[in-house]
Every structure is written in C-alpha cells, then in structure tokens.
Write a protein that binds this ligand. Structure first.
Ligand code: KG4
Ligand code: ZN
Length: 347
C-alpha cells in the first residue's frame, strides 16, 4: 500500500506506558516507551499513579524521541495523540501536553483512537501489510474485539467481549496465583514448560462473534480454592510442574476461545486476511494457533513485530499519517474520551 510521506510526532498515554515516537510515512525514526514499574506490586494499574508518572515521563521521553529521530522541529507536520479509550487522567496528561506542544510550534493536532492505532500498526515499516478488507483480532488489557477493516478509516467491530478483555483474564489469573502485573507475559513464559491438557477448563460460549471471560475466571478461582485447600503447596512442588501445567492450561483455554470466534468470523465474512493486534498478540500460543491455521486453512496471517504489539506511540503516528493526508485535524477544544466509541459497532 502507498503510505503518504508526512512527518508526525506521536504521543501515547492511554494507560500506564508513556510513548513518544517520530515517524515519516511508515518509517519509524524513533519510538520510545517509558514503562511504569510502580504498578507491578499492586497487581494492576493504579490510575492516579499512572497520571503522575506520565507527568514526570512525558518531557524527558519527548526530548529523547526528538534526539533519536534526528529531525528538526520545523520538519514535523502534525502532532498525533491518543484521545481515547483509556484512563481519564492518563489521557488528560498526554492530550494537554500534545495540544500545548502543537500550539507552541504552530502545527495541527490529530486525535487518535487507541484501538484503531493498534490495528494500523500493521502498516509500520516495510513488512508485508494486510490487504483490505481484512479481519483484525484486537486483544489487549482493556479490549477484545474482532474488527472488519475496509480501509484505514473504515472499520467495524463485529465481535467484542461482554465483560473482561483477554489480557485482563491473563492478568487476573496471574494475580490469583501471586504473579506480578502484568501477568500475561509470565503466564506465556511458564506455559512453554507445561502440559496444556493437564487441567481442563470449560470454554464459555456466548452469542454471535462475542466473547466472555468472567465464567472462566470463576472456574479458575474455584479450581485454585479446591486444589490449594487440599494441598497448600500445590504451586511449590519440587520442579514447579503444577505451576507450569496450570499456566499452559489457562493459556490454552483463553486462546481456544479467541480462535473459535475468529474461525466463525472467517466463515461468516469469507475474509481470510487475518491480522492480530494489541498486547496479547505477543502471546506465543496465539501466534502458534494462527500459524497452524495459515497452514491448514490457507489464511493469510499478519502478526505484528513484538515492539508494536504492546502500547507504543509509533502506532499512533501511523494513524496520524493517514489522517493528515485526509486533512482530518483536531483543535485545541478537543477533550479526551475514556470510552471513545470511534470504531463503528454492529454487535
Ligand atoms: O495493548 P496493551 O499493551 O495495553 C492495553 O491497551 O491494554 O496490552 C497489555 C495487555 C496486558 O493485559 C498484558 O498482560 C498482555 O497485554 N500481554 C500478554 C502478553 N504480553 C502482553 N498476554 C499474554 N501473553 C503475552 N505474551
Ligand atoms: Zn493498547
């Protein structure tokens, strides 16, 4: 696809990562993320601490991103920033800073939907990008959606979770067994050492292309209560095999639920260009399941590079490039929206 060659400074602050990137067309000149360690001991993101950390991180991250990109400020065409969905205080820090910086440098702003940014991350760099129309399974800590993508600006959510997001299911199970936040990457790591058939959890199945993880979470909680009551050292066995098998079984169930709905979406839409996006697209089980489908059912699959899976500003920048071309600019009166319903919903 032909990507317009605009230079965009991008800011991402929807949750607990402060991201700043500079991109020119689809080329990433710099892409920095300041992670917030402060949340790990709380088992989840503490919104007030996230806002404060964004405030301390944003100026140094921007200075470094400009330095790394080696661009002159006067060469930047616009500032693109995430204006939802996300945590209210976090979004306010990023959006206030982005608008002020754009105003001070007399350049336009572009407001970006975080979920659209995850999807369009597939157009960064020169790796093969999906052809339109494609389906994107967007799986993060806050969202789980199956999206039909007809162009960079036309997207429709055709399936969604009715309760927890897939990443949240990983994180909450991890918290139940005392792993630090975010637990998804650790469950993934331990899964590689375990037997995914050792413990059987039932998959929830809700209507149409929608998903639900709350029943699964309750099942896991009951499983833990029962097993830890019978054996308080359940997870402290000599070689940690119970821990590894438990993680593998949990991961296998979450990924099968996602794959079941993706298969149904392919059958219903007859689209077999399939992309994944969001933090959980880093998961090795999901990547393997997709690769198996590419072989068995001839799906064309698109898996983002790891650095573009979790929250980052380069993905916000590529939305800025497309919207700059379409002259879709924001203004100083824009306010961030924690529940931004920007992608069209049909569920
Ligand atoms: O997209 P993201 O960085 O932030 C949100 O917009 O939510 O996604 C973060 C989520 C967390 O729930 C984290 O546990 C999950 O992505 N995650 C993973 C893996 N890497 C990140 N979940 C499972 N396996 C992974 N390898
Ligand atoms: Zn995200």
């Amino acid at each position: 696809m032909n990507i317009p060659n605009h230079t965009i400074l991008a800011i991402e602050s929807s949750c607990d990562d402060t991201g700043v990137a500079v991109i020119k067309g689809n080329q990433v000149l710099s892409n920095l993320v300041a992670n917030q360690e402060v949340h790990s001991r709380f088992g989840g993101v503490v919104p007030e601490l996230a806002s404060r950390a964004h405030q301390s991180n944003i100026i140094p991250t921007l200075s470094l991103a400009l330095k790394d990109a080696n661009v002159n400020i006067k060469d930047i065409d616009a500032v693109a920033y995430t204006n939802g969905p996300g945590l209210s205080g976090s979004l306010l820090v990023g959006s206030s800073f982005a608008k002020s910086w754009a105003w001070a440098n007399d350049i336009p702003t572009i407001t970006v939907n975080h979920m659209r940014a995850h999807i369009l991350a597939h157009f960064l760099d020169d790796s093969p990008s999906p052809n339109f129309p494609f389906l994107c399974l967007t799986v993060s800590g806050g969202h789980t959606q199956i999206v039909r993508v007809d162009s960079p600006s036309e997207m429709e959510v055709i399936g969604t979770t009715l309760d927890d997001a897939a990443g949240e299911a990983f994180d909450k199970v991890a918290k139940l067994i005392g792993l630090p936040y975010p637990g998804g990457p650790l469950i993934d790591k331990y899964s590689k050492l375990g037997d995914c058939k050792r413990f059987i959890f039932n998959k929830s199945n809700v209507f149409k292309l929608n998903l639900s993880f709350s029943g699964f979470k309750t099942q896991v909680l009951r499983f833990l209560q029962k097993n830890l009551q019978e054996n308080p050292d359940f997870f402290i066995d000599a070689n940690k095999q119970n821990l590894y098998d438990f993680c593998a079984s949990v991961q296998h169930t979450i990924i099968s639920m996602l794959m079941d709905k993706l298969v149904l979406a392919v059958q219903q839409t007859r689209i077999d260009e399939i992309a994944i996006a969001g933090g959980v697209s880093a998961n090795s089980g999901l990547r393997n399941a997709l690769e198996a489908k590419a072989k068995s059912d001839d799906w064309n699959i698109y898996i983002p590079q790891l650095r573009y899976c979790t929250d980052n500003a380069a993905m916000v920048g590529i939305v800025g490039v497309f919207d700059f071309e379409d002259e879709r600019f924001g203004n100083l009166k824009d306010v961030p929206s924690p529940r931004l319903p920007d992608l069209r919903h049909s569920v």
